[in-house]
Design a protein around this ligand. Sequence first.
Ligand SMILES: N[C@@H](CCC(=O)N[C@@H](CS)C(=O)NCC(=O)O)C(=O)O
Length: 242
Amino acid sequence: MMTLYSGDLSPYAARVRMQIYAKGITDIALERPATFGTPQYRQDNPIGRIPVLDIDGDRMPESQVIAEYLEEVYPTPSMLGTTARETAHIRTIARIGDIYLMNNLFMLAGQAYATEKDQSIIGLLGGQVTRNVRALDRMIGPKAGEDGFACCGRLTMADCVLVPALFMIENTLPATGVPDPLAANPNVTAYWAAIKTNEHAARTLVELHRGLEERRAMMASGDFAKMMVAFRAAQAEADAIA
Ligand SMILES: N[C@@H](CCC(=O)N[C@@H](CS)C(=O)NCC(=O)O)C(=O)O
């Protein structure tokens, strides 16, 4: 039995969920780990993050690693290429989404909620996001804006990463004050409008929006601030043991 430890608003978990939906996998349970953010979770999962794929108690972290594992275990429908070169293109776009966009967006997210914003962090990470949306604009397929697929004319692992990354650009980046990086990039803008209509992307986006609403409610009630204090304490405890 496999369980994906996940959370609605986690863009990294969302990329794996979208892949699971697109592949029609029905025997992986999706669960928010009850201990997430506690010292116990960090003890059980050294990196301390989600997603984690639990395979009968054997825990596998890192969304990209999980995505590649799922491709091997559930090869059809394939979300990789039909040639080595196509697969390399898909993986390049997926890396842009993961490393160059999502990682910087995730690190920036704290600035969206901060009462006093640190402009040096926003400038550094926001600049990376802006630059790499421009790179993406040149690297997605020439028909991406028409067919709604990042490459190869069908849904691939690249789309699974780009959907949560572009969700963050649209929904969490504005609160940091970084100018909209989509405005100057017509291919990505057209692709984003088109991929939103894909059923698996739409399902994933509903979950991401639900997570965002929940986060906003927690912020309004003060529960989010309390959760962050607990998260930091758990991290400090884990660091002290290390
Ligand atoms: N490189 C990791 C990043 C995962 C990640 O940062 N997950 C976030 C949620 S989106 C998390 O668990 N954050 C908790 C923390 O930083 O303590 C992956 O690809 O899975």
